[in-house]
Design a binder for this molecule. Structure first.
Ligand SMILES: [Fe+2]
Length: 383
């Protein structure tokens, strides 16, 4: 619990025996008052308008009470003509310390980058357990969050099973393809997936501003010769590109390529860089689809440098040292974080046996939400 309190000119600083001290600006504290008139008691949503908190807001008094909770009485101000009282639980202040003071409110998801050493070690889960047992479901969710690739085995050969699996976790993400998309050899195919040709590692639907972020591919039957599944950790390869060829990496974060995908239902065209960074420079999204990329429309002086950067990145993706190659059997559900992990398949012989796949998508935000809910339920059961 907090044991020290120091009042500065614009902020209060708290000290804990076991944590570095942390400061909170007056304006931040007043805006984040936890009382029932500032936070709606059932929705926990803010009820005052943040812009109404005046810049000069300041405490009349501030003190630590009870188990290190902070009590502030605010001097009358434009928002509180009569003054106002706030109480901040110790745990609230510890969890919301400013990031540069040792804590981040929402830590970025953990990442375990991988290359070919993941061969034979792809996380595997049993379908019946994932459906029945929350701990197994949490295990699968965490594997997608941290590794970005996992196999669930033992799915029944039922039409729509992958859709029901998604609904067990969260919600189906619908796209220009059907909610439940069939992959089989189709002479009238929209794209190369519905042929027996090799499909180089790619991410799905980079043509969307927010591509579907988790792909779930149900191998209902896979008795054909060939057709091994390939997978590449796009974040790992992009990090390597950043380290080894920084000028190419920088170009791929800046130059916008174009992708297009169509079906009988729609025609989605999008422009974006191949590598997206967040404001801290972390890689958050890799787009790579040889088959969907459209003619470049970029400044003339960037055309040749872009092709060079693309070539280097693509050769790294194709390098067996960066690839997992595995045989997906009938009943396997191959699941990937589609903003990170590229998937592909080797050519197969359609005359050698049946090969029937169904796929659905869901979104990563909903996976993180499920992890949060399962964690909260586990904590409640343990209490
Ligand atoms: Fe695909």
């Amino acid at each position: 619990m907090a044991t020290n309190l120091f009042r500065g000119e614009r902020a209060l600083t708290l000290g804990w025996p076991e944590w570095p001290e942390a400061s909170f600006h007056f304006i931040w504290l007043r805006d984040n008052c936890q009382c029932a008139s500032c936070l709606h008691p059932s929705t926990r949503e803010r009820t005052h308008f943040t812009a109404d908190v005046p810049a000069e807001v300041a405490p009349a008094t501030a003190e630590l009470i009870g188990d290190g909770d902070l009590r502030v009485v605010w001097a009358p101000n434009a928002l509180d003509p009569e003054g106002h009282e706030s109480l901040y639980p110790d745990g609230f202040l510890r969890s919301f310390r400013y990031p540069d003071e040792g804590a981040v409110q929402q830590p970025a998801p953990a990442r375990r980058l991988w290359a070919s050493e993941l061969n034979g070690r792809v996380p595997r889960f049993d379908f019946a357990e994932v459906v029945r047992d929350d701990a197994a479901l949490l295990g699968w969710c965490e594997a997608i969050r941290d590794v970005g690739l996992a196999v669930v085995h033992g799915l029944p050969n039922h039409n729509g099973e992958v859709e029901r699996f998604v609904e067990r976790v969260a919600f189906v993400r619908e796209t220009v393809y059907d909610r439940l998309h069939e992959v089989f050899v189709d002479p009238k195919a929209y794209n190369v997936a519905s042929t027996a040709l090799e499909l180089k590692p790619h991410t799905d639907m980079p043509n969307y501003a927010w591509p579907p972020s988790i792909q779930l591919l149900h191998f209902m039957r896979n008795e054909a010769t060939g057709g091994e599944t390939t997978a590449v950790d796009g974040f790992q390869v992009a990090e390597r590109l950043r380290a080894e060829r920084p000028e190419s990496f920088e170009l791929l974060t800046r130059v916008q390529a174009t992708w297009r995908m169509f079906s009988e239902k729609g025609d989605v065209v999008g422009r974006a860089p191949m590598i997206t960074l967040d404001p801290d420079g972390r890689i958050t999204l890799v787009r790579f689809s040889n088959q969907l990329m459209q003619p470049l429309q970029i400044a003339p002086e960037l055309v040749e440098p872009f092709y060079e950067a693309y070539r280097i990145f693509a050769r790294m993706i194709e390098d067996p040292a960066n690839q997992v190659v595995m045989r997906a059997n009938s009943g396997d559900l191959v699941t990937t974080h589609n903003h990170r992990v590229l998937h592909g398949r080797k050519a197969f012989d359609p005359a050698s046996g049946a090969r029937k796949l169904q796929l659905s998508y869901m979104d990563f935000d909903d996976l993180l939400s499920r992890i949060r809910l399962l964690g909260a339920r586990r904590a409640a059961q343990a209490a």
